[in-house]
Design a protein around this ligand. Structure first.
Ligand code: ATP
Ligand code: MG
Length: 273
């Protein structure tokens, strides 16, 4: 009988133990990553709720004060009435827009709600969007350009209404944050690997400070009107809606910008093969 050396390591068992421990390590690191992702989402959600409560409270307080003033029994002039009613009107409209945008964002993010997908030729879709959009009076005082790469031949599968919403949000921002008379360009080209369509909305407007770029598409991020002249009245959810819609189409969003020079907002959409 051959006697087993008790000091010799059982190679096969050791290998199995090593590969098991490597698998365990990989799974643990995946779990840690998933947990961090969940914590991040949880934090974003609670920050958003805090932001929403703040955003709702300010106009409600203003409306309440205006109503108190109107019903105070003081001798009010017609101008006093007009200015208080005007304030109530503006703040109520803001609340309406905020609630609508929040509801829209929740619906887009809810993956149990299916998109209404249609297959459309990419170039024709973007061209049609552009020529429909530029007749809008909001763009009357801008130089609107369309720059479609001749290599855009494929089709995309999209929820048309939602992608139109994306383009509308980017176009209105470009006009809102650019001086009149400047250029706004819709540029489309395939990505280098030809797997995605690259759509860009480029302006020569006020631009965005570098430190604000990382949070730009984050729904907890609202740029105060003090920081961005022209953002008054907006809900600040426009870009979060853009990101949510594009991500549901398996695309990505990004922004390059230089303060005082302009911005380029872009998104990708997968070509259908
Ligand atoms: P809303 O879209 O509800 O009218 P908003 O325009 O303020 O409000 P977003 O569209 O989400 O909200 O944009 C967030 C912020 O990003 C803006 O307030 C503005 O500061 C900045 N921003 C967006 N687009 C541009 C742009 N093209 N040029 C400069 N700043 C921009
Ligand atoms: Mg906007």
């Amino acid at each position: 009988m051959i006697k087993k050396n008790p000091f010799e390591e059982p190679t096969l068992e050791r290998e199995t133990a090593e590969s098991l421990s490597a698998k365990l390590l990989a799974t643990t690191s995946q779990l840690i990553k998933a947990n961090e992702e969940l914590k991040k989402m949880e934090k974003e959600r609670s920050e958003m709720l805090a932001n929403i409560s703040h955003d709702l409270r300010a106009p409600i307080t203003a409306i309440r004060s205006a109503v108190d003033y109107l019903t105070s029994g003081k001798n009010l002039t017609k101008e006093d009435y007009d200015s208080s009613l005007g304030l109530i009107d503006r703040r109520t409209l803001f609340l309406e827009n905020l609630i609508q945008d929040m509801y829209y964002l929740f619906c887009v993010e809810d993956t149990s709600k299916e998109l209404t997908l249609e297959t459309v030729p990419a170039a024709a879709f973007l061209e049609e969007y552009f020529y429909d959009a530029i007749v809008d009076t909001r763009y009357d005082e801008y130089q609107m350009h369309l720059d479609i790469d001749a290599n855009i031949l494929g089709s995309i599968q999209i929820d048309i209404q939602k992608i139109v919403r994306v383009l509308d949000n980017l176009f209105t921002n470009a006009a809102k944050y650019s001086p009149k008379g400047t250029d706004i360009t819709l540029k489309c080209e395939p990505t280098e690997d030809s797997q995605f369509l690259f759509v860009k909305v480029i302006d020569n407007g006020i631009g965005i400070p570098e430190e604000n770029l990382p949070q730009l598409f984050n729904r907890t991020y609202t740029v105060s009107s003090a920081r961005t002249p022209g953002s008054e009245g907006g809900t600040g959810l426009g870009l979060s809606i853009v990101k949510a819609i594009i991500e549901r189409h398996q695309g990505t969003v990004s922004c390059e910008s230089k303060e005082g020079k302009g911005s380029c907002f872009s998104f990708t959409l997968p070509y259908i093969s």
